[in-house]
Design a binder for this molecule. Structure first.
Ligand code: 5GP
Ligand code: MG
Length: 174
């Protein structure tokens, strides 16, 4: 059995403040054409971030990247769908994901995008679990550095629950 932590790990207010800071930093340093967001976990972060960068005209596209089966363990093999429909050749792409964990998702996705001929690429994640990294990958923009805990809320799920919460919580085994 699992239950949510008694208090949020990151409050809705902290998230909103940080998203605005990140939006300002990204707008300042990267002139991008399109946000490419990884569903489903990044949906909430992506909409908030995109809205905060509305003055920097951009397009938006979603792909689905899944490495987790059900539960908390990644099954390792990354499945990406939706990329084949996009024409990203020569485009400056901001890749957005919810969390950087082992790094397998990002490193694989970035390799695929380079293969497709994107002209410039930066990555942005709401959270980073540095301790869990198994590949050499660093995101260009990171919202929060977090410890090695399983988190839910603000788009992130556990077996499809908790996604719609506006805060980030940890799940604890009871
Ligand atoms: P990576 O490929 O870096 O190991 O994993 C990235 C993906 O795993 C994220 O996009 C996210 O979907 C999922 N993930 C990693 N850590 C967590 C976590 O703590 N909570 C949830 N809900 N998903 C996670
Ligand atoms: Mg994901």
């Amino acid at each position: 059995m699992y239950r949510m932590s008694a208090k949020p790990m990151i409050t809705a207010e902290q998230i909103q403040t940080r998203v605005k800071e990140m939006a300002a930093e990204i707008k300042e340093s990267f002139d991008f054409d399109i946000i490419l967001s990884a569903l489903t976990g990044a949906y909430m972060f992506t909409t908030d971030l995109s809205r905060a960068m509305a003055s920097a005209k951009h397009r938006i596209a979603f792909i689905k990247a899944s490495s987790y089966g059900s539960g908390m363990e990644s099954c390792g093999k990354l499945k990406v769908t939706g990329l084949e429909k996009l024409d990203l050749k020569g485009k400056r792409v901001l890749v957005v994901d919810d969390i950087l964990d082992t790094g397998n998702t990002m490193i694989t996705l970035v390799a695929m995008l380079k293969e497709m001929g994107v002209s410039d690429l930066r990555s942005c994640v709401l959270m980073n679990k540095e301790e869990r990294r198994v590949v050499d990958y660093h995101a260009d923009f990171v919202g929060f550095e977090i410890a090695n805990e399983f988190v839910v809320g603000y788009g992130l799920d556990f077996n499809e629950d908790y996604r719609t919460l506006p805060e980030v919580w940890t799940l604890e085994e009871v």
